[in-house]
Design a protein around this ligand. Structure first.
Ligand code: FES
Ligand code: FES
Length: 180
């Protein structure tokens, strides 16, 4: 029974730690979020289970594969090894937040054009690492791109089309900026 949620039987915000729930306030994809959570809940579980943002994937669950990468306060981070609590007052961007006005972003379009995804499991994390890179460096070298996605494992593509897609997206985005 969950005292915080009208005695609901299956209130997953109070996982099984037995600890008192705590309030979390943050911004996710531009929207204010306020929720009571179990203090042991990971940020990944918060996004997927509480907010139903299933784009962020769980692979290893140990900070090794990058499938769960999101952007928190401008930095690409592995959400599986961060407690949701640590996101208090944070600004979070997930793959769902890359869309603008219902359209996929230039970066996503370039991934599609370059066949930079096969099974797609790594793609949300890869996109978020690439997004964080392009936000801090609009003209990255190939080496910088490789470094930025070094923590994101892909079992399918061999990385070459991913790197090409990121390079092309950077070019496109720079072009757009010039036209503004
Ligand atoms: S699921 Fe987070 S790094 Fe693998
Ligand atoms: S596309 Fe399958 S793991 Fe990258």
């Amino acid at each position: 029974m969950c005292k915080k949620h009208n005695n609901q039987e299956n209130c997953f915000t109070h996982v099984d730690s037995g600890l008192e729930s705590v309030m979390l306030n943050c911004i996710v994809n531009g929207e204010k979020v306020c929720a009571y959570i179990d203090p042991t809940m990971t940020l990944l579980n918060f996004l997927r289970k509480e907010l139903k943002l299933f784009g962020t994937k769980e692979g290893c669950g140990e900070g090794e594969c990058g499938a769960c990468t999101i952007i928190m306060n401008g930095k690409a981070v592995n959400s599986c090894i961060i407690l949701a609590l640590e996101a208090e007052d944070a600004n979070i961007l997930t793959v769902e937040g890359l869309n603008k006005n219902g359209k996929i972003s230039i970066l996503q379009q370039e991934f599609i054009k370059h066949d930079a995804l096969q099974c797609g499991f790594c793609t949300p994390g890869m996109l978020m690492s690439a997004r964080a890179l392009l936000d801090r460096n609009s003209d990255p070298t190939e080496k910088e791109i490789k470094e930025a996605i070094a923590g994101n494992f892909c079992r399918c593509t061999g990385y070459v089309p991913i790197i090409a897609a990121i390079k092309q997206a950077a070019k496109q985005e720079r072009g757009e900026m010039k036209n503004e």
